[in-house]
Each structure stands twice: as C-alpha cells, then as structure tokens.
Design a protein around this ligand. Structure first.
Ligand SMILES: [Zn+2]
Ligand SMILES: [Zn+2]
Length: 384
C-alpha cells in the first residue's frame, strides 16, 4: 500500500509529508495521506482482558479488536483473571490462544500465587512460557521481603516486575500510593540487577520519588494512564461510578506534574489500564467495580494533551516496547490528528462501556491499523 503525502512519526517527532510504502496485503493499493500521520503501532503495557473468567466484561477477542480500533498493535494483558495466570501452563495456553488475535497480545505472569503476596511463582517457568514481565496488578499484598525476592528471581530470568504500588492498609489515599512506592523502591535497592516498573502512578509525590530513584541510578521505569493525565477528582461529581478507578483520579496539580514528568522523561510510558466492566458492575458508587474502559479513547486523550510528538513517540511507541524487550517492526497506524468525534460507548469494540467520557468530543482518531502486514481496523480511508 502506497501512502502519499503523509507525515511520519519518529523519535524526533513528525517528518515532512512524503510517500511511503506500507506492507498491507488486504489494503488499498494507494491512499492519500494528506493531513494524516503514519505512526508505528502503539503499544499498551497495561490491559485487562478479563479472559478467562469474566466473558461478560471482555474476552481476548473483543479486547484485541478494541486495541486495534484504538491504534494499539501490541498490548500486555494482566494476570488478574480467573484463574489467575500464576502457573506456566496457564500462561502458555493464553499465549497460544492469542495467536489468532488481530494484534499482538503479550502476557505478564503473576508474581505471587493468586496475587496473595505470599508465595512467589516460578519466574523461570513463566519466562519460558512466554511471560514478558511479572506482576500482581490489582493487588499489592506482598511485603518488602517478598517483593525483594520476587525482583531478584525475576532479574535472574531477565524479566521486569510491574508493581501496582498501593499500601492496601491505607485504602486508596495518596499515602497508600506513596508508601507503596517507597516500599517498592526499598525492595529494589536490595535486589541488584532487578528492574522495577511502577504502574499507573497518580500523584506528584510519586514523580518526585521516581526522579530521586533515577538520580541514584536505580533501574526503575513508570507509567501513567491517559485518565490520570486528563481527568481530576471533580469528574466523580459528573460521572459518578464511571469515574471510580484505582488509583483514584487526583487533583489538577497532580495532572500537571504527571504531564511535566512525561515531557522530561521521569515517566517513561503512557499505559491505559483498560479495565472493562459490564453495566451492572458500575451502578452505584459504593458497590461499583473500579476501572475505565480505555483502549478506544487513549489516543485522542493523548493527542489532546498537546505534548511534543517526540514525547508521544517515546511514551506510546518506543518506551513500552523497551520495557518488555520487543521491537517496533512494521506494524503501523494512520492517525487523523484533527478529526473530531464524540465518545459513544455503544460503538466501542470492547464489551466494556464504562467510561466517564460518554458524550465528550475528542480530537484525534485512528483511521487505520495494520498489524503483521494486514489491515485489522478501518479500511474506509479514501482510496485514491
Ligand atoms: Zn493496578
Ligand atoms: Zn490494572
């Protein structure tokens, strides 16, 4: 497929308009890319596919289609399924099932059995089965000793540990995140050779702690979600349970600090924490499950931040792949950075409809997604 007069997204930002060839066996011969951006497929380090165990929320198939629609050609699925992905046989089965998906799905293995924070899983077997990292995401039940041992064993196999930093004794407060990060960094300091990746950081204190750990040359990376970059706690007044998420939405000052940290490289990656739920799980605040269905709104939220394109490349293309050790390859997406659209959850490819963004007009849309040499989303781009 020839794409004419298209700007390319790369490490230095956007190129001048040019003609490029994109391998796409089922695509049109030629398209007019005027006004569009051709980017490598985006990668998401943090996705909940709910499969196996919760087919009313999402499946490998619907999650993969949602990712393709959102411009992601690589996603990393978390282990808090039912059963939890805490044994190599289970992980291997997931890897095999995912081969049929339109995009690339990688998996983390749980760090502890049943995410209970007590007994460590077999890092070596997980790695051999295809795990790209270990994580107890959803929980942070382990103590510092267990996390240190987990980091060390993961390091021996070349895997990173992704940590959902939340001192569970402190609920969902800022202090819960701050304490959780302090504990994870303390464990990292005592685990030579290990790599710690902090998931969904949400507070300005977290940014300071990561910057400090970097100054001490610890091997640490961090991610932030599109919703923590763009929405504040005031959203809860408007959207109610649909804005209930863990960690919670914070203040305007936190959003500003997180954006700044992304620009100056203290935070490496934007990750969705895509957390689809059925409507019944989001009815009233008290009982509502936590999470936002995020794959299909992420790109527009990111573009809406007005970040330099080189930062978007680092946070959405290169950074996530560097952490799991995969390469960029030929997967590509066509982005219309000016296209306005209104969020209609009923039109999501995900089974989840849970977003506080319903009815909001966003700018920036995915026009086409190409993975493994095939168009897997959007062929309506005008054929020229
Ligand atoms: Zn989490
Ligand atoms: Zn999560």
């Amino acid at each position: 497929m020839q794409v004419r007069t298209v700007r390319l997204l790369g490490p230095d930002g956007l190129s001048a308009p040019q003609e490029v060839h994109v391998p796409a066996a089922n695509g049109p011969d030629s398209i007019d890319g005027s006004g569009l951006i051709l980017s490598p497929g985006w990668a998401d380090l943090h996705t909940h596919l709910r499969d196996p165990g919760f087919p009313e929320k999402e499946t490998l198939e619907t999650g993969a289609r949602s990712a393709a629609a959102g411009g992601f050609t690589q996603i990393v699925a978390m282990a808090n399924t039912n059963p939890v992905t805490d044994r190599a046989e289970l992980l291997k089965k997931q890897v095999e099932r995912s081969r049929r998906a339109p995009i690339r799905i990688a998996f983390v293995g749980a760090l502890t059995f049943d995410l209970q924070g007590e007994r460590l899983t077999d890092a070596r077997a997980m790695k051999a089965a295809g795990a790209v990292a270990l994580s107890d995401d959803g929980r942070h039940a382990m103590n510092e000793e267990t996390l240190r041992d987990g980091l060390s064993r993961a390091a021996a196999t070349g895997l990173s540990v992704f940590v959902h930093a939340q001192d569970e004794r402190l609920g969902h407060t800022r202090e819960a995140e701050i304490n959780g990060i302090a504990m994870a960094i303390a464990a990292l300091e005592r685990a030579p050779g290990a790599h710690l990746h902090l998931q969904h950081v949400s507070t300005r204190e977290a940014v300071d702690m990561i910057a400090d750990a970097r100054r001490r040359e610890l091997s640490i990376t961090a991610e932030v979600t599109p919703h923590h970059l763009t929405l504040t706690e005031e959203e809860v007044q408007v959207a109610g349970p649909l804005a209930k998420v863990n960690p919670p939405l914070r203040t305007r000052a936190d959003c500003v600090a997180l954006r700044q940290a992304l620009i100056n490289g203290i935070i490496d990656v934007i990750a969705t924490d895509h957390a689809p739920h059925e409507a019944a799980a989001k009815r009233d605040w008290q009982n509502a499950a936590m999470g936002i269905c995020g794959l299909e709104t992420a790109l527009a939220l990111v573009i809406g931040l007005g970040l330099p394109w080189s930062v978007i490349y680092r946070a959405c293309v290169l950074g996530p792949r560097a952490i799991i050790g995969t390469t960029i390859g030929d997967d590509a997406i066509l982005i219309d950075p000016e296209q306005q659209w209104t969020v209609d959850p009923a039109a999501f490819h995900s089974l989840g409809r849970n977003t506080p963004l319903r009815g909001r007009t966003l700018t920036g849309a995915v026009r086409m997604t190409i993975c493994r040499g095939r168009v897997v989303h959007g062929s309506e781009v005008a054929v020229a």
